[in-house]
Design a protein around this ligand. Structure first.
Ligand code: R5P
Length: 262
C-alpha cells in the first residue's frame, strides 16, 4: 500500500487498529430519513465521539462545516430511490477528483452480489478501486442487500465480502450474522459492521457490537441504531467502549445507562 493510502487508512483505523464510524449517508436513497431531516443537528453533537463520518458529498458540502478535522468516508454510489423494489441498479456517483478535492479519507460503494445488477455493481467497484489507486484513496465496499434483509446469512455474506476483497476493496462493510467469525476469517481485509434497521433495545445493539468485535471485526459503521436512539451520545460512547476498550456488554450497557440522562 502506498503512503497516501496507508495514511488515509490510519486516519480511519486508530492505533489499536479499530474504528467507530458513524454512517449518515442514508439520504442518498431514503431521502429525509427520520432523525436526519436536519443533518447537522443530528451529526454535530456526535462528532467528538466518532472516528469517521460516512456521508454523501451533498450533505458534506451543505451541512457540515469544513472546520471539522474528522476523516470522511464519502458515499460514491447511488442512482435510485427507496420507491423502487430493486435497489441494486447503482452507478458511481462521484468522481475521484471530486473526492480528492473534498479531502476524503475513503470512498464507499455498494455491491449487490446475486442481484439483477450484480455485474454492474461489481464492475463499478473495480472502476472505483482503479481510480482510488491513482489518488491513494481507499475504497470501502458495502455488501448491500437492498430490501432483502433475509439474505444476511453467513454463506451469503462470506461470499460477498470475499468477492469485494478479491476485487481490491481496502475495507469491507457488512452485516453481523450467526457464525460471523467465518465471514471475517475468509475476508483478508478489515471488516466493519453496519447496524441495519433499529433493533429492539440498546442492549441488543451493544451485544451485536461485542459479538462482531469478538469475531474479529475491526469496528462498526453504524447509523440508525445510534442516531435514532433517544440517547445517541450515550449510545455511541457505549459502542466506543466495546470497540476501543474491550468493554463487556454489561459494562457498556451500564455506561449507557449512566450517561443517558446526563
Ligand atoms: C445504507 O443506507 C448505508 O450504506 C448505511 O451507511 C448503512 O446501512 C449503515 O447504516 P445502518 O447502521 O443504519 O444500517
Amino acid at each position: 500500500m502506498d503512503w497516501g493510502m496507508k495514511n488515509r487508512m490510519s486516519r480511519i483505523f486508530k492505533e489499536d487498529g479499530k474504528t467507530v464510524m458513524l454512517a449518515v449517508d442514508h439520504g442518498y436513497f431514503l431521502g429525509p430519513v427520520s432523525r436526519l431531516e436536519d443533518p447537522a443537528k443530528t451529526i454535530e453533537p456526535l462528532i467528538p465521539y466518532v472516528d469517521s463520518l460516512m456521508l454523501t458529498r451533498g450533505l458534506l458540502r451543505n451541512c457540515l462545516d469544513a472546520k471539522y478535522n474528522i476523516p470522511i468516508v464519502l458515499r460514491a454510489s447511488g442512482g435510485n430511490s427507496v420507491l423502487k423494489e430493486d435497489l441494486s441498479d447503482e452507478a458511481i456517483t462521484v468522481s475521484m477528483q471530486d473526492a480528492a478535492r473534498l479531502n476524503v479519507s475513503a470512498v464507499a460503494l455498494s455491491i449487490y452480489v446475486g442481484s439483477e445488477h450484480e455485474h454492474q455493481t461489481l464492475t463499478n467497484l473495480t472502476k472505483l478501486i482503479d481510480a482510488g489507486q491513482d489518488y491513494g484513496i481507499p475504497v470501502l465496499a458495502v455488501t448491500a442487500v437492498g430490501k432483502e434483509l433475509e439474505k444476511r446469512d453467513c454463506r451469503y455474506l462470506s461470499l460477498s465480502c470475499r468477492i469485494a476483497a478479491e476485487l481490491g476493496a481496502q475495507i469491507v462493510k457488512t452485516y453481523y450474522c450467526e457464525d460471523f467469525e467465518k465471514v471475517v476469517k475468509s475476508c483478508f481485509v478489515p471488516i466493519v459492521i453496519a447496524g441495519g434497521p433499529k433493533l429492539k433495545s440498546e442492549e441488543d445493539v451493544l451485544e451485536m457490537t461485542y459479538n462482531a468485535i469478538a469475531c474479529g471485526a475491526k469496528g462498526v459503521d453504524m447509523g440508525r441504531n445510534v442516531w435514532q436512539s433517544n440517547w445517541p451520545i450515550a449510545m455511541i460512547t457505549a459502542i466506543r467502549s466495546i470497540v476501543h476498550e474491550q468493554a463487556s456488554v454489561k459494562k457498556a450497557f451500564s455506561l449507557f445507562e449512566s450517561l443517558k440522562n446526563k
